[in-house]
Design a protein around this ligand. Sequence first.
Ligand code: MIC
Ligand code: SF4
Length: 648
Amino acid sequence: MNITKKIISAHLMSGKLEDFKPGDEIALKMDQTITQDATGTMTYLQFEAMGIPKVKTDLSVSYVDHNTLQQDFRNPDDHQFLRTIAAKYGLVYSPAGLGICHQLHLENFAKPGATLIGADSHTPTAGGMGSLAMGAGGLSVALAMAGAAYKIPMPKVVKVELTGKLKGWASAKDVILALLKILTVKGGVGRVFEFTGEGVSSLSVPERACITNMGAELGATTSIFPSDERTKAFLKAQGREQDYKELKADANALYDESYTIELDKLVPMVACPHMPDKVKAVAELAGLKVDQVAIGSCTNSSFSDLSAVALIWKGKQVDRTTDTLVSPGSKQVLRLLARENLLDNIIDSGARILECACGPCIGMGGAPISKAVSVRTFNRNFEGRSGTKDASVYLVSPLVAAKLALDGKFSDPKTWGEAPKMLDFPDNPPSIRHLFIDPSKDDKERSKVEILRGPNIVALEVFDVLPQNMNAKVSIKLGDDITTDHIMPAGAAILPLRSNIPAISEYVFSKVDSDFVKRAKEFGTSVIVAGHNYGQGSSREHAALAPRHLGIRAVIAKSFARIHKANLANFGILALTFANPDDYDKIEQCSSLGFDFSPLFDKTKTHASLTVKLDNKEKLNLNLELSDNELEMVLAGGLLNQVRANKA
Ligand code: MIC
Ligand code: SF4
């Protein structure tokens, strides 16, 4: 067996591993859950609606790292709600400023062999530690906290063999950029990427975590590394040696697909605007002026990343026309930089040091100038995500970012001289564990906690069940690779509305088509039509919940991204694909669609397809992209209706 199957097998809540083939729905027990504030408020409102007194996982952590700007009452209202609800239901709470959820989880809680779901698409960061860690919608996380299984299609397991050792200016980021170049942003759907080979031991846990983090950009279910001596050393340094367990694939382990990456052949790479798979060699952009460099994010904000930056900047200043920002991934990283006398290099470089949080990665400040070339160590460069619509965002490693900040322009890495030696993770790193807020172990104490809700916390809406028949118009027709940032944008102006669905709904597709909301409201009930990979990117369930609030009952696409498809079902929206992909061309924005859903209500039959009448004439065949279980959910009007009905 490979590692993925070993962990799956140990966590199956029904059936045996050999009963399942790729694509079949499997039900997994989740050991740990995480949320962040932008997805957390909805998750906990949903958990509360389930009426369970205490989380049933081994560990659940509520992090605050996205909405840390407090321009008015809204974000602090959310933080207060999250702090009190964590105390009530038995979650560890990580207050704003402590760090980025995935970096903090890696340092403090992630365990080899454990399962983890997080209401954030970059949860696979913990795969660097050997956890089977997956991104999910908030409602799925709420269910897991209630002790229910997390249901996913059985993934294919892809072997990625690493040979040789990284050299020169190439680093872990270039491994995942190389994979993105080969596989594209849709290449990982339905797959787990499992790293093996002699190259593995040359990578530290934070370097591995950088790679598994950005596996999310492949659309992968998750990515995972073995747990070995490097893992043990990292856990030991963190004072968590007891969490170590060895994890390796059997010598004759089978895989569904395989790739080889020769680490010693990798050169520094860059993902060009506006997709993480538009990868070129850095040398190809030589001469391009760089207006901004932003270093940080859950992909590249570890001590290993920032110490390399500090070494490159030692005794030097960044180009004064290049706005340079650094966000450390956690207070441990910051304290380590200070202890190892590296923080001074960053301070003296002239770069700005921001809070230990997501910051510019999610458009929470740090927007670049108009028409900027912004070079970032982040994982997503979708158009407009930086906050500046006409900016061009390039994704690189911290080593490359640090060098470009000094020069103010791209150049050929062959001219850069010797690369800094990556430092080993230092012994006895300062612990910040005491800065988390642990829940009381006493049930009586917890039951007395009052959940505080400011006016930004708006109660959940109850959605109606799927009708037997539905006439709906197409409120928007879109192309391929539509991201959740297109559907439900983030940024400093919109993120504070995450706990208020009616308010945030006003921004659905606002950056794509400013008339969408008006049209959807006018149509009452409507349908979205899209190309391939609809809903790629984040796990934000608001990209399903807010459209549902606006009357969207179905999305017809050529294909879907995994997490978004599950989110659609969770909120009672039908995910459909074209039986004949050419039919995509027959449907226009504002076309009328006549659905007869009545056969779907016949529980004695299994359903895989549906016909729809287009403009009262031609019938089109559509495939249902739902498991039986998801179909039940959609018929009920969503997962929460089902949960409520079971309780009644
Ligand atoms: C992102 O990087 O897009 C986010 C913001 O972290 C999202 C979660 C969210 O939208 O709140 C993600 O990756 O899931
Ligand atoms: Fe935060 Fe950016 Fe990571 Fe999302 S991708 S969790 S916004 S740092």
